[in-house]
Design a protein around this ligand. Structure first.
Ligand code: FE
Length: 347
């Protein structure tokens, strides 16, 4: 049996280190924890630069899927301060689940154009990408296809390849069609595109460009940065051939401009390192990080005036971007998803 004195001694001996342990998170506050649905290697260079500049350590948990559910399940105990994701879709999902908090930052407001951030400051775009048309150099003449609307023209029957209509990239594009033309018109359009498909939707964006190269179809939909990833792919040089087989078409240059999407960031509701997290958000929107993003990932910097990568400039140059707000795109996504089911796009 312990004597009372013994317990007191024990307490003193154990409580002291415990107190020190409890104090640790405060001391370790010079860190920030990121759950990223963006591949870690894509953001590592920027995080390294952030740590060099601020001394704040940036830890990344990467998973392609399931991170929102994880943050939800972890509740108040979550380690996630920030959630990074390559599309407006998941951004919208996590905000709707009430797992984020607003960030009031003059730096973010100054560096990120209004259409690429939430009016309520719950989410912010860090890079942009366009969903463009990849057209066979051999089989599609210059100027023959100019817009998303053209994809529904019966002249392209059996000529178009795309990934699933339910994929978040396509849902955003369809949302933008709903926002522009209304639901009924968008449905007719989607039916038209479906009627022109060369095959059942399948694979990822790059697989569609491969299919163009192989003659399965003449036209593919894909995000713009994949061109950079393919044309520079030393590890899988066959992708260079895929990229070389297509012309890049930024749609709707004569009217609203090409559909844009973002990679985005949110501050989680239960962030433990809030101050550091906001610092990192601001850093990622800064001229340096914006420049790095463009060079490393072949994305477009969100911050106006940031130079694009030399390679992207060479192949894409200047283009007109649709200035439809991503908040509007997000708001139409569930309608878009229903349209995909209604026209049996993936069947
Ligand atoms: Fe992607």
């Amino acid at each position: 049996m312990f004597s009372l004195k013994g317990i007191k001694q024990l307490s003193a001996a154990t409580l002291l280190p415990m107190a020190a342990a409890i104090a640790l998170p405060a001391q370790a506050a010079e860190e920030v924890n990121i759950y990223s649905a963006r591949q870690a290697f894509l953001i590592k260079p920027m995080l390294k630069a952030f740590t060099e500049e601020t001394g704040i350590k940036a830890n990344v948990v990467f998973a392609k899927k399931g991170l929102i559910e994880r943050i939800e399940n972890e509740g108040q105990n979550t380690n996630a301060d920030l959630f990074l994701t390559p599309d407006i879709g998941p951004v919208y999902d996590i905000v709707n689940k009430g797992l984020t908090q607003p960030v009031k930052s003059e730096v973010l407001v100054k560096n990120i154009p209004t259409q690429y951030r939430d009016p309520n400051n719950e989410w912010f775009g860090l890079t942009t990408r366009s969903r463009i048309i990849y057209a066979s150099k051999e089989r599609v003449k210059e100027g023959e296809i100019k817009s998303y609307e053209d994809l529904a023209d019966p002249k392209w029957k059996g000529k178009i390849c795309t990934r699933s209509g339910k994929h978040t990239y396509n849902l955003s594009l369809i949302s933008s069609m709903i926002a522009t033309h209304g639901e009924a018109e968008a449905e007719k359009w989607l039916q038209g595109v479906k009627a022109n498909l060369a095959r059942k939707p399948q694979g990822n964006d790059r697989a569609q460009v491969k299919a163009v190269k192989e003659g399965v179809c003449d036209i593919a939909l894909g995000n713009s940065y994949y061109f950079g990833k393919m044309i520079t792919n030393a590890k899988k040089p066959e992708q260079i051939g895929w990229a070389q087989s297509v012309n890049l078409i930024f749609p709707n240059q004569a009217d609203r401009g090409a559909h844009m999407n973002i990679s985005g960031v949110v501050l989680t509701k239960h962030a433990k390192n809030k101050e550091n997290a906001v610092k990192l958000m601001e850093f990622l929107a800064s001229p340096l990080a914006q420049y790095m993003y463009a060079q490393e990932n072949f994305e477009f910097p969100v911050r106006p005036g940031t130079p694009k990568s030399t390679l992207i400039n060479k192949y894409m140059g200047e283009f007109k971007a649709d200035d439809l707000s991503l908040a509007t795109v997000a708001a139409n996504r569930s309608k878009a998803s229903k349209l995909v089911d209604k026209v049996g796009f993936d069947n």
